[in-house]
Design a protein. Structure first.
Lengths: 115, 113
């Protein structure tokens, strides 16, 4: 396991369809994060897990978005009834809980295009 | 209001020149990280600074954390085309951090051969 992996790398969907993305973190990392990045901006925090518990959700995460990490390993992010405004790069990151330092390692991202 | 302001937004210089990019905030950060991101890829962690006034070097890259832990700079010496990319600073606001990272809008650097 050499890093965070995400699948798929690219997803094109029609407005109104549901999509699901998967993230596999670095194996010994207990924290997993989802971010969204639009063109010309830095990543924006969506949600994070410590083991299987979802500890924080951003107000950016509308009711159409749901994330899970059922066994504390991989995570899925589902978007229901996609809208054109959901088009973005969805990034997953993982980290090992350490005092005072939160070094997050990112995956390659899933680029979502909603037509 | 952007919590972390990066400047300049865009920078295009000749190979071999030196450059500095800045990351500023009015808030204190428990730690601050610098990432480089290439088109279509996720950010890659370059360095983490934790202590006020800390200086870290990574080959031709020098990173500094401000004494008050509110700002940081990245200096590149003798820039090379491989340095081209989007440089992002990110940190955990507060004296003790709060798990999620807040990112700046980035500096897009282009090194011309």
């Amino acid at each position: 396991d050499t890093g965070v992996s995400q699948d798929p790398r690219h997803k094109i969907t029609k407005r109104g369809q549901n999509v699901t993305f998967r993230c596999d973190p670095i194996s010994e990392h207990n924290r997993l994060y989802w971010y969204r990045q639009t063109l010309g901006q830095g990543p924006e925090f969506l949600t994070y897990f410590q083991n299987e518990a979802q500890l924080e959700k951003s107000r950016l995460l509308s009711d159409r978005f749901s994330a899970e990490r059922p066994k504390g390993s991989f995570s899925t992010l589902e978007i229901q009834h996609t809208e054109q405004g959901d088009s973005a790069m969805y990034l997953c990151a993982s980290s090992l809980e350490q005092r005072n330092i939160n070094e997050q390692f990112f995956g390659p991202g899933t680029r979502l295009t909603v037509l | 209001t952007q919590l972390l302001e990066q400047s300049p937004q865009f920078l295009s210089i000749q190979e071999g020149e030196n450059l500095t990019v800045y990351c500023n905030s009015s808030s204190v950060f428990s730690s601050l990280q610098w990432y480089r991101q290439e088109p279509g890829e996720g950010p890659v962690l370059l360095v983490t600074v934790v202590t006020g006034g800390e200086v870290k070097k990574l080959k031709r890259l020098t990173f500094q954390f401000g004494d008050a832990r509110k700002d940081s700079s990245l200096h590149i010496t003798a820039a090379q085309p491989g340095d081209t990319g989007l440089y992002l600073c990110a940190g955990e606001p507060g004296h003790f951090g709060n798990e999620k990272l807040t990112f700046g809008t980035g500096t897009r650097l282009t090194i011309i051969p």
